[in-house]
Design a protein around this ligand. Structure first.
Ligand SMILES: NC(=O)c1ccc[n+]([C@@H]2O[C@H](COP(=O)([O-])OP(=O)(O)OC[C@H]3O[C@@H](n4cnc5c(N)ncnc54)[C@H](OP(=O)(O)O)[C@@H]3O)[C@@H](O)[C@H]2O)c1
Length: 345
């Protein structure tokens, strides 16, 4: 069965997805019985490329597709009018408005098209609206790549906790901050740790979103709405403190107390009927050495859920990276495609 994919954004993630299509397309068709066809691609600077018979993902990678199969329409027109079954939204995250991804996703869902995105903005800021729209239009909205992108989290935990009520989570969700903390533990200064993280490609040239805790806050919003049934929320509902106040001395002192410090996102389901507006926190927290999040190496991420039916359950793994996040998007596409094949939307 042919499943047509429209890809928006050909940066680290979009390119990773093209590589996976190119390298694994045949194997996926044999294994899942779905022929994934890239019928459109768009970037901000190259514009749009369209081929109803399928673009060669290698041509998208090389940029050739944008000259041999160009389309003069805008990205939004492509979403609104072109033929596709799944929108893969991989454009840049806007933490304040979620745009332009929010409009892309809304428009696709309005058309009854299923969506996968690695873009945190729209999912964090408009989770309930988009989920309701997907449901109303009989489409699916998946977002595996938004949090702990290199670790299957939503696809494992949502079905895994069926029948249980998740009561709380604690997560280390930003690899840049984790890496810097690990380096400062060995005496490296904050500035030197940041330079190292930038040299290794772990930190952005403008690291404020990561170090200020805002990237973690967006992820925490997604987790709280997705797993704890929090109502619609915004960044104003998150108490955010980043890692700017941490020094090697803080970490030496934490070690002398038998633990370490991590940038921890925490959310707890309020008691029903308490009238308390739920809040989330993101802040550096002391963790004893035997805490599951205390020993995450380098850029690793981790999360611990507590539920009414289980003890603490932890997930650990890669948090980000172009190829890893592309895999999360591919996973969602296969999930949607195999569902279509089975007659589920
Ligand atoms: N990289 C990771 O490790 C990672 C992990 C988890 C989540 N994410 C999220 O995944 C998304 C993609 O990340 P990335 O690392 O691939 O970002 P990136 O390298 O900056 O690429 C973003 C892409 O979006 C395109 N774009 C921006 N506005 C557009 C528009 N209006 N229409 C069409 N294309 C547009 C850009 O085009 P130009 O190149 O022409 O400017 C670029 O190709 C982001 O939302 C990011 O937060 C990334």
């Amino acid at each position: 069965m042919k499943v047509r994919v429209l890809l928006l954004g050909c940066g680290n993630v979009g390119r990773g997805l093209c590589s996976l299509f190119s390298g694994k397309g045949k194997e996926l068709a044999e294994r899942y019985g779905v022929d994934l066809s890239l019928t459109g691609a768009a970037t901000r600077t190259h514009g749009c490329a369209v081929d109803p018979d399928g673009l060669d993902p290698r041509d998208v990678l090389s940029g050739r597709a944008f000259s041999t199969r160009p389309s003069r329409v805008s990205t939004m027109d492509l979403v609104e009018t072109s033929g596709y079954d799944v929108l893969a939204e991989c454009t840049v995250t806007n933490p304040e408005t979620g745009e332009p991804a929010l409009s892309h996703i809304r428009t696709a869902l309005e058309r009854g098209k299923s969506v996968t995105t690695s873009n945190k903005g729209p999912i964090a800021l408009r989770f309930h609206e988009l989920r309701a729209l997907a449901k109303a239009r009989g489409a699916r909205l998946l977002y595996e790549g938004t949090v702990m992108a290199g670790t299957p989290l939503f696809s494992a935990a949502h079905p895994g906790f069926l029948g249980a009520e998740i009561a709380s989570f604690e997560g280390v969700l930003n690899g840049t901050c984790n890496y810097m903390i690990e380096r400062m533990k060995t005496g490296t200064t904050f500035d030197a740790a940041l330079s190292e993280a930038q040299a290794k490609g772990y930190a952005e040239a403008e690291p404020g979103t990561d170090l200020g805790g805002w990237d973690t806050a967006l992820k925490a919003l997604i987790l709280a709405q997705s797993f704890l049934d929090f109502p619609p929320m915004s960044l104003r509902d998150v108490d955010v403190e980043g890692v700017y106040g941490l020094t090697p001395d803080t970490l030496v002192e934490a070690a002398s107390r038998g633990g370490t410090v991590r940038l921890v996102a925490a959310g707890e389901r309020p008691c029903a009927g308490s009238g308390i507006r739920p809040r989330i926190s993101v802040r550096p927290k002391f963790l004893p050495a035997d805490h599951p999040l205390a020993n995450l190496p380098d850029t690793a991420n981790g999360i611990v859920f507590s539920s009414d039916a289980t003890g603490p359950v932890s997930f650990m793994g890669a948090g980000a990276g172009g190829p890893q996040t592309a895999f999360a998007v591919l996973r969602d596409i296969i999930d949607i495609a195999t569902g279509m094949k089975a007659g589920r939307k």
